[in-house]
Design a protein around this ligand. Sequence first.
Ligand code: PLP
Length: 396
Amino acid sequence: MDRKKIESLVNEHETPLLVIDHDKIRKNYSEFRKKLPRVQVYFAVKANSEPKIIKTLYDMGASFDVASLPEFNLVFNMVKYLEPEALQDFIWNKIIYANPVKKPDSLHVLNLYKPLLTYDSVEEMRKIKKHCPDAGLLLRLKVCDEGSVVKFSNKFGIDPKLAVDLIGETIKEGLEVEGISFHAGSQCNNPDNFIKALRSVAEVFAEAEKRGLEIGEKRTSDHAIKIVDIGGGFPAQYNGNENCFGKLTEMINRELDKLFPRENTAIIAEPGRFLVANAGTAISKVVLAKHSTEMPCYHIDDGVYHTFSAIIYDHFEPNLETFKKGEKIKCKVFGQTCDGLDELSENSYIHNSKDAFLPKLEDGDLIYQENIGAYSNASATNFNGFPPAKIIHINE
Ligand SMILES: Cc1ncc(COP(=O)(O)O)c(C=O)c1O
């Protein structure tokens, strides 16, 4: 975003701001569709659940991955005016509840809509059988997430060696297993994670077939359509040194065509950050510039408890910019709360924190951070009574 635009938004709205550019979201969605033409795109709402973002992606034809009943309701609110049959079709075909652990009362509500759900244990399967027996199920596999910035394999996914037994048990309980899902780790800079995971899925399908277990659904044809859910993980370009989306998707496409025939497999994905990370720019103001200290210290009106919570929860590495000219000097940048942890520059509390370098700033100068549209406002708090940054949507 250019200087004129940032300054005019600040004049109109004051700081702190998080500006979301919907042109970028549309561009990201189109690029994803173009590079992975076989894949139905379920936006992972958790990355940024702003209703206007959901609306933009809905208008583009996206589907949605939700992790909780409130996220389900955000999407539901957009489609609740549809005729009952169209509403049911939308929920069945375009929403996945992809949290492998669900509360019974949520399942109870969801059962009304015959939802698509993920699970990864016999215990969750039994809970689904009791509270949401009309669901379609995807079994989530544990896969390699080496080289991915945010990992999930410590928490989710069944060992592929045990998967077919659980599929058998699930079918025996009278539930429908629609397919397999995995997540190769968020901001995945290692394409091999996807390739290995796809091969594991193919092996599970082959073993299930050998044992006579039918995976998939026969709604639209006489043979079952299996779902392969390749999760999220598609890397956003933060500093330019990330793995290239083009190369990753070429490898995925090649593997998909090798392993999964088009006529009996539907491929879906749950990208979050890829669709929204580069659409967000945080703008804050220096509240106090200290030059009497050993190193310049800038206290700003956003911070680690707010938009920059991405540093803690998403391993985000800030790259702060300003409009001031001059030599960039090593400095400290602090958030607005009373906690020592609330520092955006290198500090002993946050293991991935990095030194900050900025030209000499004074009170009232602006600082901005690009590429902070994913997992940022999503985890902002009201700590110390400071509300999260105001969200401004442009190019809606
Ligand atoms: C089940 C699931 N799907 C999709 C995503 C989105 O991942 P990403 O933002 O890396 O695309 C996540 C992230 O936590 C997830 O847990």
